[in-house]
Design a protein around this ligand. Structure first.
Ligand code: AMP
Ligand code: MG
Length: 428
């Protein structure tokens, strides 16, 4: 994923490229065009593969289910034995349980007592649920119109057919997929290796937890939110600590990061302040593809490639403000990392919710506000922006259910209008 960049190719993927004010969707196009997915694969036991990306299409080695079977507790019969008029009267010829098939012949005008999951007896094609018929001794009476031919029978291979693709390459494996792999009898699965992502905080004022908080200093929270978001995504996180506002120190740290990571996420020091060395260091050590996004929060955001002595790594220079770090991560870094992991592009669903308040919005940038959701009595949802939307206010990020997304061209929203909400719940 860290091959040399073909800048012209990448930038040709984006209409109207302006490195000074990129739209969020243009930035995503550049990220997807530039970042090549990791190629190395490994085989894992299925439980260890949760959250990993499937390396190849997986072809089903068997039919699931491997035999026609009953979907109900009831009686298996031949549909040709159903009376065209009046009751159907059949003789019960035996019994089949899940794991213990009825293996005799079913004589004409007979039925077999059958339990859910039991193999369909030879010749039978329909199951009548037990509550629909009347049984006395070995005689079953079924009133007319209760079943149609083929009812309550699960067909061999109806879930997964032998020789057909059961899962596509690039699938991010979820609990259903682990069960599906097990249903195929597979104990191992080929997945792409994890992405290695290094995190670095920059700022003279930053102190790490465990250190005394000197006057004028703040604790470094970004390495914790970033660690949490990266862990959830299934990345290998390399914590490179805090680097002071000093060009030499920033360069040393980035050179080291380029050697050990696929992607480096820095926070802070990326704007145009006097102590901001990230962008200039990235330019000196590699290429900068963009450095500003038309979004709020998160406008200063540098992206480019770092050239180490032996390796290259992609670098996201995120803003320092703790909320801006999280918003830029969800809007840009997370989709880019999923792409680098080899995952198929997945749409991120947005919930439509009625805004309880007017939301001031300037067209020409994407804005994100922290919001609280509540169910409306008549159905649907409403969303209220949280009081303090400051880019440094992490507490409202912690309280929020999601981010209200005000799209690039959108204007001020009136109270009662519907808006899109990106839910935190459901983000891997
Ligand atoms: P900067 O982008 O370096 O100008 O930082 C913007 C704001 O974010 C400043 O108030 C910084 O103190 C704060 N900040 C930067 N990095 C961190 C961090 N790792 N943890 C908490 N706050 C930070
Ligand atoms: Mg700073």
């Amino acid at each position: 994923m860290t091959a040399p960049v073909d800048l012209q190719h990448i930038l040709s993927c984006v209409d109207g490229y302006d490195p000074d004010a990129l739209r969020v969707d243009q930035a995503l196009d550049i990220l997807r065009a530039g970042i090549k997915p990791v190629q190395t694969t490994e085989k894992l036991a299925i439980r260890a593969a949760l959250g990993r990306v499937l390396a190849h299409d997986l072809i089903s080695p068997i039919d699931v289910p491997s035999h026609d079977n009953s979907a109900m507790d009831g009686y298996a019969l031949r549909s040709s034995d159903l009376a065209t008029q009046g009751d159907t009267v059949l003789t019960i010829a035996g019994r089949g349980l899940a794991g213990h098939a009825f293996d005799g012949d079913v004589p004409p005008r007979s039925a077999v007592r059958i339990m859910t999951g039991a193999v369909m007896p030879e010749g039978c094609d329909t199951v009548v649920p037990q509550e629909l018929c009347h049984v006395e001794g070995a005689t079953l009476t079924l009133p007319p119109g209760r079943v149609r031919p083929g009812d309550n029978r699960r067909l061999r291979g109806e879930d997964l057919a032998r020789g057909k693709a059961a899962l596509p390459a690039g699938k991010l494996l979820r609990p259903a997929d682990l069960g599906l792999l097990a249903s195929l009898g597979l104990s191992e699965v080929p997945v792409r290796r994890r992405l290695r992502v290094a995190i670095v905080s920059s700022g003279d004022e930053l102190r790490s937890v465990g250190q005394p908080l000197d006057p004028g200093c703040v604790y470094d929270s970004n390495r914790y939110t970033l660690w949490g978001m990266l862990e959830r995504l299934g990345c290998d996180v390399i914590d490179l600590g805090v680097v002071p506002d000093n060009p030499q120190a920033v360069e040393t740290s980035l050179r080291h990061a380029a050697e050990c990571a696929d992607v480096v996420l820095t926070s802070g020091g990326v704007s145009v302040g006097e102590a901001d060395y990230l962008r200039s260091t990235l330019a000196a050590l590699g290429e900068v593809l963009f450095w500003r996004i038309a979004m709020r929060p998160g406008r200063p955001l540098a992206f480019g490639q770092l050239h180490g002595d032996a390796h290259r790594a992609w670098l996201f220079g995120l803003p320092g403000n703790p909320v801006a770090v999280m918003v830029t991560f969800y809007a840009l870094v997370r989709p880019a990392l999923l792409h680098g992991m080899g995952a198929l592009d997945m749409p991120q669903p947005l919930l439509r919710a009625r805004s309880t308040q007017a939301l001031r919005k300037r067209p020409g940038r994407t804005e994100y506000q922290r919001g609280l959701l509540a169910a409306l009595p008549g159905g649907g949802w409403q969303v209220s922006p949280l009081g303090n939307q400051g880019a440094g206010v992490l507490s409202s990020m912690s309280q929020a259910h999601g981010l209200i997304v005000l799209h690039h061209d959108q204007e001020t929203v009136q109270a009662g209008e519907d808006v899109d909400v990106l839910l935190f719940e459901g983000l891997v």
